[in-house]
Design a protein around this ligand. Structure first.
Ligand code: NAD
Length: 374
């Protein structure tokens, strides 16, 4: 039945008003993908880039893992002060260490916070990054940086922060607890969904986004059922890359602007915040984005995108409310104020104060999203 619905939407010709017209930039990056190959691939990349004084950026929590995969080369210095949302003071300390020790390469081993710190150093030093991700955040495949100062998170794009190489090894994500894995995978799914209407959405990045969503929909269920099954991890990692490429190209849409504002202002955990906010943004935008949302439904193997997402969130026992993540009710007014100025003007549906109040209110309480696709 689902397949029939999908095919009914297919047309063979388009009206002239719907002609294909877009400008698409493809970011240049080398990706080495292989389970169990991180040590070998990382060593080869460090040698290929001619680095003799690499700086390792890895938090104490990832130290065992980092030591294992960096065993084939010597590290000039190891910076391990990794803090979520990259506080400016931490970035400055890392930059000072990089110049004092005259490093020639940044090797980041960790989740999005670690990659984010390496990007902050690359931004001012011009040093290349080899990223080894250990979550499904996807920062390694984007030219987006983020820094937090005085409770406000600023993000921007700069090609010099895009890692020159990424070493993907799903084995490195096996130790990520199931709950964090699911939240991180839903962060990747948010990259896919938001790419459908982000400022630079185009047919190429939508293709990456929809394929990412299709693979994540299956992989996250496998991880939830058995976090030790490497196939779920491998698929999630592959899809996280597709998602991040789509996001890097399409830009930040409504969903990302909301999550970044909330993360910066209230220190909410990044990935779970994405998981909570996503259905609310999908429900809000879906009526104004019928074509990509019907394709998202197909990717989620449902005839309704909202129902498909809801079903996935239930199946993986995703977090459902900002209240559950620690946002105080008394912060809701401020939350609306920090989000409002960031709303992308290109959002397919106009977003006024009332809409933000109701969207954030629902996300806070865990109420079902108000508008549905049906
Ligand atoms: P994170 O890097 O903060 O990691 C979350 C937790 O998981 C940490 O405690 C970490 O030590 C632990 N962890 C990481 N890998 C592990 C592993 N393999 N096994 C066990 N524990 C592990 O979280 P994240 O969600 O990966 O990244 C969030 C940050 O990344 C945010 O600051 C966000 O803004 C940024 N981000 C940026 C982009 C971008 O394009 N610039 C994209 C996505 C996320």
């Amino acid at each position: 039945v689902n397949q029939k619905r999908v095919w009914e939407g297919v047309r063979t010709s388009r009206p002239e008003t719907e002609r294909l017209q877009f400008t698409h930039d493809t970011l240049g990056q080398r990706v080495l993908f292989g389970r169990g190959l991180a040590r070998e691939n990382l060593g080869a990349e460090v040698a290929r880039l001619g680095s003799i004084r690499p700086m390792l950026i890895a938090s104490p929590a990832e130290s065992g893992l980092a030591e294992r995969i960096c065993a084939d080369f010597s590290v000039a210095t190891w910076f391990d002060e990794v803090v979520e949302h990259v506080p400016v003071e931490v970035a400055q300390r890392a930059r000072a260490v990089a110049s004092a020790t005259e490093v020639d390469l940044l090797v980041s081993v960790g989740g999005g916070s670690t990659t984010g710190l390496a990007k902050a150093v690359a931004m001012t030093t011009g040093l290349p990054i080899v990223a080894v991700p250990t979550t499904y955040a996807g920062s390694e495949a984007t030219n987006v940086w983020g820094l937090t100062e005085a409770r406000r998170k600023t993000t921007g794009t700069d090609d010099s922060v895009l890692p020159v190489s990424v070493v993907y090894d799903a084995e490195l994500t096996m130790s990520l607890p199931a709950e964090l894995s699911i939240a991180s995978g839903l962060n990747a799914l948010a990259h896919c969904v938001d790419s459908l209407w982000a400022p630079h959405a185009d047919p190429i990045n939508k293709t990456f986004a929809l394929e990412g969503a299709r693979v994540l929909n299956r992989a996250l269920r496998v991880i939830a059922e058995n976090p030790h099954d490497p196939s779920g991890r491998e698929d999630a990692q592959y899809a996280a890359y597709l998602a991040a490429v789509a996001f890097a190209s399409a830009g930040s849409g409504l969903h990302h602007k909301i999550c970044h504002a909330l993360g910066g202002a209230f220190g909410l955990p990044h990935a779970p915040t994405h998981a909570v906010v996503l259905p609310h943004v999908l429900a809000f935008n879906a009526p104004a984005a019928a074509e990509p949302v019907s394709r998202l439904a197909a990717a989620l193997e449902d005839d309704d995108a909202m129902a498909g997402l809801d079903n996935l969130l239930d199946a993986v026992d995703a977090p459902r409310s900002l209240r559950q993540l620690g946002l105080a009710k008394s912060s809701l007014e401020e939350a609306v104020e920090v989000v409002l100025p960031l709303i992308p003007p290109s959002n397919p549906r106009a977003v006024d104060r009332e809409a933000v109040v109701s969207l954030i209110g629902d996300a806070w309480s865990g109420a079902l999203p108000r508008a549905t696709v049906r």
